[in-house]
Design a protein around this ligand. Sequence first.
Ligand code: TYC
Length: 138
Amino acid sequence: MNEAQPIPGLPGGGDRDGDIGHPGDGAGNPGHPGDGAGDAGNIGAIAERVRPKLKKPPLYKVLMLNDDYTPMEFVVYLLMQLFHMSQDRAEQIMLHIHTRGLGVCGVFPREIAETKVRQTLELARKNQHPLQCTMERA
Ligand code: TYC
């Protein structure tokens, strides 16, 4: 046995699909001794993936919409509290939404995006602001 064994999650391992080490995504050792992988001339070698390729979860953009009534300071506060932005970043994004009509607050897997939208709307309603927030596939 002199086959080099790449170490999962380290450079040189992996399945060349361009990602970096999702557990169980096929990164790692190509075959074990006796499993048929790499045995040239082994007629009828088993060509079945031991670990089926797992799909990465689809991502969603959380979008915030402009309106004429929600105070700028409230939007900045919300971007800092719920989207963990710095004050400078939150002001930039708020002004982008204010001038362009809408903007992206972040990109997340579906359930996290849903939670961000819900928390944004809850906080806005609690403070009686008409702010609108939604999500779409990234
Ligand atoms: N247009 C609002 C104002 O002038 C500010 C604002 C910014 C509102 C972003 C909503 O998502 C928003 N007070």
